[in-house]
Design a protein around this ligand. Structure first.
Ligand code: GLN
Length: 490
């Protein structure tokens, strides 16, 4: 039997014995090999996947109860620790040799990986990403860029580019990513798939290689909302090993029986439709909002005036945290060690960090160290913290009047490889629509709406509609996204 398109259908086929897990693995690796030009994976986990499949097939034979993702192939961002495969965060500093296979071998699985395995999912590979999740195009990978399946001369978005590609190119129905300032939503938008960033505290980050701990969240990519919500249910929930994980209910979601959105109030913040938003993207998102109205929702114009400070505040806070989090890569504990005989400890640090980190990571460490340094802390870091408070307050105020917010996910469609690599600021502006929800810790989701031609002309490319919800109200986002996609896909 050929692989069905969704995780839920694959599980059903495996559990009912129509499709063996071994065949799922074989077919998935055939697809991954055929699409290797897209650069989605840094490491493939074939032996692990085959062993998992053998165990699953034995369980099916014996009639044992099977998990909610039994037999479902899944791709995991290389920022999550896996005991059975190297984990590099796409950085040379975690590798002893030239490629990802020589990467650091964590002695444990991240909580999310542990939960996926317990649910019967088959992890088939570790996906490409921007080094330490710093970037918006996947071009900061130390190894090779990932490419957009809709047009391989273009970027897939980032930093979880490889995970978005794996789902968009139908290599796996599900993929795990991490989102600090947009790294799930923006590549989901650019690759035309669903991407979910949960509320801060919903998913344990134990075993996620930290970038900016007050912002980092783990989430999923999928083709439809049912698959996405199921995967979120599996990976979410309290974990004592992550002090920021919240003891809050993580209920299963199923689509409402009526697909009407009547009674739903959708806020449309003017700040997300102005300067910097490409006209084609704006038109497509406006049309999507019109469609929400046709489904029964009421739209309400709202204002989030502090949105314009989000990029500046984020690049102070995230770099400050990164400068501290990345101090652990020192040539002593993991991965690369650049050594000369008779050198001092400081020289070991300098040699290793100088060789091991890419230029964007170095830029951020320097910036983050600067904003935390004495004399500048008050001027930059503390100020950025205040701005973060104002941005949260903006959201709180509008969520008294509306249930969800609808905005573009990315200001443009996917741009050509190389277009922004020489201009970090232009790259940072790719996140203007996703950063505010990250700073406020709110759940947000991107879903595909009508494609739009790039500003420079050419064939239409995917556009994402972003839905932002109240804290821990992911279910409402799923309701709206599901109704929208059902109506669109017929
Ligand atoms: N593109 C943003 C950055 O470079 C966000 C990255 C992310 O969410 N990990 O920091």
């Amino acid at each position: 039997m050929e692989l069905p398109n969704t995780a839920i259908a694959i599980r059903e086929a495996v559990v009912s014995g129509k499709l063996s897990a071994a065949s799922v693995v074989e077919q998935t690796f055939a697809r991954m090999e055929a699409a290797s030009n897209l650069g989605a994976f840094l490491t493939s986990c074939r032996a692990h996947a085959e062993e998992t499949a053998r165990n699953l097939d034995a369980q099916v034979q014996s009639g044992a109860a099977l998990g909610p993702l039994a037999g479902v192939p899944i791709a995991v961002k290389d920022a999550l620790a896996t005991s059975f495969a190297p984990t590099t965060s796409a950085s040379r500093i975690l590798c002893k040799g030239p490629d990802a296979d020589s990467g650091f071998r964590p002695p444990y699985d991240a909580t999310v990986v542990e939960k996926l395995r317990a649910a019967g999912a088959i992890i088939v590979g570790k996906t490409n990403m921007d080094e330490f999740a710093m970037g918006s195009s996947n071009e900061n990978s130390a190894f090779f860029p990932a490419r957009n399946p809709h047009d391989p001369t273009r970027i897939p978005g980032g930093s979880s580019g490889g995970s978005a590609v794996a789902v968009a190119a139908k290599l796996t129905p599900l993929a795990i990513g991490s989102d600090t300032g947009g790294s799930i939503r923006q590549p989901a938008a650019m690759c035309g798939v669903v991407g979910v960033k949960p509320s801060y505290g919903r998913v344990s980050r134990y075993g996620l290689f930290a970038f900016a701990s007050s912002l980092d969240q783990i989430g999923v990519f999928a083709h439809d909302v049912r698959d996405a919500a199921l995967a979120m249910q599996v990976i979410g929930g309290f974990d004592a090993r992550d002090a920021t994980s919240r003891e809050i209910e993580n209920p299963a979601w199923s689509p409402a029986s009526a697909s009407s959105l009547s009674g739903l109030r959708v806020g449309v913040p003017s700040e997300y439709f102005g300067e910097g938003i490409h006209a084609g993207v704006r038109a497509s998102v406006e049309q999507a909002i019109e469609q929400l109205r046709a489904l029964g929702a009421t739209t309400v114009p709202v204002s989030l005036p502090n949105t314009r400070f989000a990029v500046a505040a984020y690049y102070v806070l995230a770099t400050a945290e990164a400068s501290s989090n990345l101090s652990r890569y020192d040539g002593v504990r993991f991965g690369l060690r650049v050594e000369k005989s008779g050198q001092s400890l400081k020289e070991l640090y300098k040699g290793t960090r100088g060789r091991g980190f890419g230029s964007e990571v170095k830029r951020r460490i320097i910036l983050g160290t600067f904003v935390l340094s004495s004399g500048y802390y008050d001027a930059y870091y503390k100020q950025a913290e205040k701005v973060r408070g104002l941005i949260s307050a903006d959201f709180q105020r509008v969520f008294d009047q509306v249930d969800v917010l609808a905005t573009p996910t990315s200001p443009t469609v996917a741009f050509p490889l190389g277009a922004r690599t020489q201009d970090p600021l232009a790259m940072y502006l790719a996140d203007i629509c996703t950063l505010p929800a990250s700073l406020a810790g709110l759940p947000a989701l991107s879903l595909p709406c009508a494609p739009a031609a790039p500003a420079e002309g050419g064939a239409p490319l995917p556009v994402g509609l972003q839905l932002i919800g109240r804290s821990f109200e992911e279910a409402r986002l799923y309701d709206v996204a599901h109704a929208f996609l059902e109506a669109q896909r017929g």
